[in-house]
Write a protein that binds this ligand. Sequence first.
Ligand code: ZN
Length: 472
Amino acid sequence: MKRTRQSDKKDDESIKKKVEFLRVIDLHSILAVYKYPKNSRKDALQARVLQLLKGREISETQKQEIRKQVEKSFDKIQALARQRSKTPENNEISSMYQQQFNATPLTPHNVAPFITSGFPIQPDVKLKRLAFYDVLGTLLQPSTLMPASQARQQEGTYYFHLTPQQATDIAMNRDVRNPAKPEYLIQVQLRFCLLETTSEQEDCFPPNVQVKVNGKLCQLPNPIATNKPGVEPRRPPRPVNITPHVKISPTVANVIHVQWQTEFNRAFVISCYLVRKLTSDCLLQRMKTKGSKPSEYTRGLIKEKLKEDADCEIATTMLRVSLICPLGKMRMTTPCRASTCMHLQCFDASLYLQMNERKPTWNCPVCDKPALYENLVIDGYFQEVIGSQKLGLDDNEIQLHKDGEWSTLDTKEEAKEQVKSVQKVEIISDDLEVVTDDLPKSNSKSSASATGTAAKPNADTVDLTLDSDDEK
Ligand code: ZN
């Protein structure tokens, strides 16, 4: 059949408009056999389809095949929209969508992001950064788990591809000493979260979710039992390492099949990333590389704290602070705290990171408020105290003075008392134990200016395996 130039042009226009309505998954499946930017946003994928149709890169038969696929996907989307509009509880957006779809020329800018449910296909959702993973690339942009009907139980299919480099990186960084369970340093990470664009999102699993990657069922973190009546147990908010199920090849598409239950007024988003798994040692090294907060800073805080209370009835001239880490109950080696915390009391960075490596809660062990990795700082002042020769092996607590200097406590009697105040320090949320002026000055055996360096304290290891782990 010989077609005229005129009708060719008209066809082109029609196809172009239809391409603009296709979903990312449609575009991926059309482009699967061609070279295309795998991690691009929708408009780049659309441009690639149009480019293939227009250029001389592929044969006329291949172009026909693409046109056929475009038509087919477009019809499917339209059918979904129709199905939706027939239901009595049809929402406003979908009927609006439907009207525009039928009555007006296709104008993708105002309607293209909305299909049937009124949710955008690829919402601008940002997930919270995870301290233990460096993101190397996005494999699947955050995509809405799109309900296709009114049914509670839904399913959807999502695709991602690896570039040759990404496939090589995964393959070269795996530890196959245990062939039954290879360890991957570079992983494909699956994350779910709420469709919410106003703030960075925590991981959040949809209810009754089930995930298959290339036909294999994925192990998701077990739901945490709750004793609240009527509340469904939720899975702990964690990313899922799906690398063992991924086809580590740039020539084949990876298929993620998701089943989930819809929730009233809430929608969920799925996304996939190529990440590098980090260890707590690595995070500690990064903290050390970043450097510690200068001791002058903490000295200023001490002065400020002791000055602040000057108006109070009881004048505070000293603060006591423990050198025992509230996590491991032993002398800190790398004293740190979050810049978001109000207290001076530190905890041991290494222990804190190890604990969060096993179970990421990122709660300050002193005040129980969030103490995120990016806000942790090694405290130079306490680092100097711990390294000081003035400090005896038994000195587990020091006094801070209003000039910003510190001194050790004196008698054995005091040493016994320390144990009490150590416990006290753990539970008070906002500040340290306050020591008033009635304590005789003679009690301080030395008044050092936190500058000494020597006497490495003992750093015993804590058995972290004793910590509960809900993932196992
Ligand atoms: Zn705190």
